[in-house]
Design a protein around this ligand. Structure first.
Ligand SMILES: C[S@@+](CC[C@H](N)C(=O)[O-])C[C@H]1O[C@@H](n2cnc3c(N)ncnc32)[C@H](O)[C@@H]1O
Length: 288
């Protein structure tokens, strides 16, 4: 009985190797040998959902023609880490409101004729995108006529479904300032549920799309003024950092800004940005 159970959860070296290659080529994510136990644990969820009994059988299905068509997207959903928070790394939002937005108004990058376009790339379940929408809405209220839109993208379809719904548990909204909670979050009618939903007026400013950052063509219309690419690069190797940062620069206005996570840096990469704050970079004017 115990042996059967062990057999079902065991991920062989051979299958881990196949998965490492697949995950790297499909998502760019480096699953180092130290991540084997994590991959094994996460695949359990797919065993439960598909009714397949062992990881070995699951891998055979995943790598079949049918599996590549129907299961790959679900494997990516469980394998990606979608940890995020409202107002995560909050110093970034201070830099945004105190330094960058005033500068963008002054240089007319943001005016009543030009809506500000912000991109949350690797948005997970949407908290970062809605935080940006709250911050920008507050700012625009004090500057009559200014408009903005937030594009939020991720590779995980499951995370995006949650993001689009915009429903969060009380535990998740602790970091939202009280006055913004009042203004932008609606409490569930069923009080026992301890859930809130982002108000529709804010949700309509945020558009969620599936986008794989390692693909060659992002199919994004228009140019962004600001890109939040936080806590995403950590999953990729340096070569991929360069590729992604060069590719996103094609969708960023001259003088536009890129924010990365606190553990990420562009130091030593051949990319068209100059550092303006520890984890904030500006696109250099001479680049397209
Ligand atoms: C840890 S979350 C970061 C969320 C948010 N940016 C933050 O800082 O709180 C990383 C996100 O990157 C996404 N991701 C990983 N690989 C990706 C890829 N190749 N293309 C797009 N998104 C990817 C994951 O699905 C995950 O939701």
């Amino acid at each position: 009985m115990v042996t059967e159970k062990l057999k079902s959860v065991h991920l062989s070296e051979k299958n881990f190797g196949r998965l490492q290659y697949l995950i790297k080529t499909q998502c760019g994510i480096n699953m180092t040998p130290g991540k084997k136990t994590m991959v094994q644990a996460r695949l359990q969820k797919r065993l439960r959902s598909t009714g397949i009994e062992t990881i070995s059988e699951y891998c055979d299905y995943l790598f079949s023609h049918e599996g590549m068509k129907n299961e790959l997207v679900h494997m990516i959903d469980v394998i990606t880490t979608n940890k995020t928070d409202f107002f995560r790394e909050s110093a970034h939002f201070d830099i945004l409101t105190k330094r960058i937005l005033p500068e963008m108004i002054q240089s007319r990058q943001w005016s009543i004729y030009k809506p500000l376009q912000v991109w949350s790339a690797g948005c997970a379940t949407g908290e970062e995108a809605y935080t940006l929408a709250m911050i920008l809405n507050e700012y625009a209220m004090n500057h009559e006529g200014l408009k903005f839109s937030v594009l939020a993208t991720d590779i995980s379809t499951k995370a995006l479904e949650e993001a689009k719904l915009g429903i969060y548990h009380f535990d998740k909204i602790e970091s939202v300032p009280a006055e913004m909670k009042k203004k932008y979050l609606l409490r569930s009618k069923d009080r026992k549920k301890r859930l809130v939903r982002i108000i529709p007026e804010l949700r309509k400013n945020v558009q969620f799309e599936r986008l794989n950052l390692i693909e060659d063509d992002y199919r994004i219309g228009g140019h962004m003024n600001i890109i939040f690419l936080r806590n995403v690069l950590i999953y990729f190797d340096r070569m991929m950092h360069e590729k992604i940062l060069n590719r996103i620069s094609l969708h960023l206005t001259h003088g536009g800004y890129v924010f990365v996570g606190h553990a990420e840096t562009l130091h030593g990469l051949n990319v068209p940005y100059t550092q303006v704050f520890p984890t904030v970079y500006k696109k250099m004017m001479s680049h397209n």
